[in-house]
Design a protein around this ligand. Structure first.
Ligand code: ASP
Length: 485
């Protein structure tokens, strides 16, 4: 950053990336905006439950769950790409997961300690604040569709127990016998130990459609061996599900009692609405400051299409797709999906929690830490770590002295060429940082750089454009000038 690379030929690689996103099971780094404003036209995030680490699963279980997630995500992607409403996509995605015995919703629901399935679900329309939910239903194949009917066909928001079951009969929705829900006991299915993992896989979805409408939904069998009558967060609007076109759509998974206590889904939207936070900053706050480790995870889509997925459990089955062509599913996210403010292997203490606790704008704090870290990395002679702050894309632009280098690879190559050893690198200092937020996911940072080294000291100004990626803020454009004496 901010260090000139003057005498090198311009290399211009106009590249496309991201087709390969699917192979990366635990990183979600590059973002490819597909409109001039950098906003995806539509986005979708799904989850299939937070819980234990997937490395304890059999290959067969991993495969089955991956296929289930991919199938559901494809359904949502196809609907949104065809201009269908987010509410429809959310319902269709969740129905697909409810019909899949590998997830703790619909067919695969865990049972109460009385050996019965009691299912919870909710859905919310961010355009109108309309919502519907059912709790403790026992004979409905797709609780999410019943929840939607509560929203559309009644003046109510939440129907529970026998009344909800009776409503299902009156609405003529497909009913199933009690043993339908015992299907996870079929041979080769998840074994008994899995049933003791209270997170077998609640499902949820959040989506932004091409009309700019957000929607979210969640469906679950609840927690395993729960008391009959126990209701979790999934059917509670504001706890497990929330959608509001002004802010975000969110679905949670985890210990429902904690999500209810902290009004998790609404709290995220409220931080955005009242404190002007980004979705990522709001989710990070809830995941690190409100919920405890191992409480669960959240997926969300912001009104600008940004997808955020985080968990504080060892794993969370989840996935995302958007109109730029991204399509990926995960069993766990790097750093639980939280932005990195310290290198994964560098043991620094500037974790996001610290940054947020300071009560400053978390994005500015995070970017400041990133720039400070770059300074340390540079001064330690480590260009590779220094380059971690840059967007790993062929569309990264580095402009210096009127010449533009395009692409992460070309930029690091030129840095290494220009500064082959620690002596040439010298000691850098970045100062006088000025921040200008461009939108929720973009920030301009101006500053001054000074390089002291054996050869003559040099310095100048820089302007950086940061964009928020799943893994944290990254420099997407760097414009550096050398001070003329
Ligand atoms: N949140 C769900 C509940 O408490 C369970 C889960 O997400 O695993 O009912």
């Amino acid at each position: 950053m901010h260090l000139p690379i003057l005498r090198y030929v311009v290399v211009c690689i106009v590249g496309t990336l991201y087709g390969a996103m699917g192979h990366a099971m635990n990183t979600l780094d590059a973002q490819s905006p597909d409109t001039p404003s950098g906003k995806p036209r539509w986005s979708i995030a799904i989850h299939g439950g937070a819980g234990g680490a997937s490395d304890k699963w059999t290959d067969e279980r991993r495969q089955a769950r991956r296929e289930g997630l991919e199938k559901a995500l494809q359904i949502g992607r196809d609907l949104l790409a065809n201009g269908r409403p987010s509410l429809e996509a959310v319902e269709a995605v969740i129905r697909s997961l409810e019909d899949n015995a590998r997830f703790n919703a619909g067919r695969g629901a865990v049972l109460t300690n009385a050996g019965r399935a009691e299912l919870d679900a909710s859905i919310m329309d961010g355009a109108t604040a309309k919502c519907g939910a059912v709790a403790g239903v026992t004979a409905v194949q797709n609780p999410i569709s019943l929840a939607r009917m509560v929203m559309t066909d009644t003046p109510h928001v939440l129907l529970a127990g026998p009344g909800a079951d009776a409503f299902a009969v009156a609405q003529n929705v497909p009913q199933v016998p009690p043993d339908y829900f015992l299907s996870y006991r079929f041979p080769g299915a998840d074994n008994d130990d899995d049933r003791d993992d209270f997170h077998l896989g609640t499902v949820g979805c959040a989506a932004l459609d091409t009309m700019g409408n957000l929607a979210a939904g969640t469906s679950t069998g609840g927690t395993s061996k729960k008391l009959p009558g126990r209701i979790g967060d999934s059917p509670i609007v504001g706890a497990g599900t929330f959608a509001d076109n002004q802010t975000c759509a969110v679905s949670g998974t985890g210990i429902g009692e904690e999500f209810i206590r902290h009004a998790v889904a609404y709290d995220i939207a409220a931080q955005m609405r009242y404190a002007g936070k980004s979705l990522e900053a709001a989710v990070t706050h809830v995941m690190t400051q409100r919920l405890k480790a191992n409480d669960g995870g959240v997926i969300g889509v912001a009104r600008d299409g940004t997808v955020v997925m985080q968990h504080n459990t060892p794993g969370m089955s989840c996935g995302m797709a958007d109109s730029s062509g991204r399509f990926a599913v995960f069993f766990a996210l790097e750093n639980g999906g939280r932005p990195f403010t310290s290198g994964p292997d560098r043991g620094t203490t500037d974790a996001p929690e610290t940054a947020l606790a300071a009560g400053e704008d978390p994005d500015i704090k995070e970017i400041t830490l990133l720039i400070q870290r770059q300074q340390r990395d540079w001064n330690a002679g480590n260009i590779d770590h220094f380059m971690d702050a840059y967007w790993r894309s062929e569309e990264l632009t580095f402009s210096s002295g009127g010449q533009v280098t395009r692409g992460w690879d070309a930029t690091i190559a030129r840095y290494k060429n220009r500064y082959p050893d620690a002596q040439t690198m010298g000691q850098v200092r970045f100062s006088e940082l000025e921040f200008l937020r461009l939108d929720g996911a973009a920030m301009q940072v101006q500053g001054v750089w000074q390089l002291s080294r054996e050869a003559e000291p040099i310095g100048g100004r820089f302007t950086l454009i940061f964009r928020k990626q799943q893994a944290g803020w990254r420099i997407v454009h760097d414009h550096t000038s050398v001070q003329a004496d």
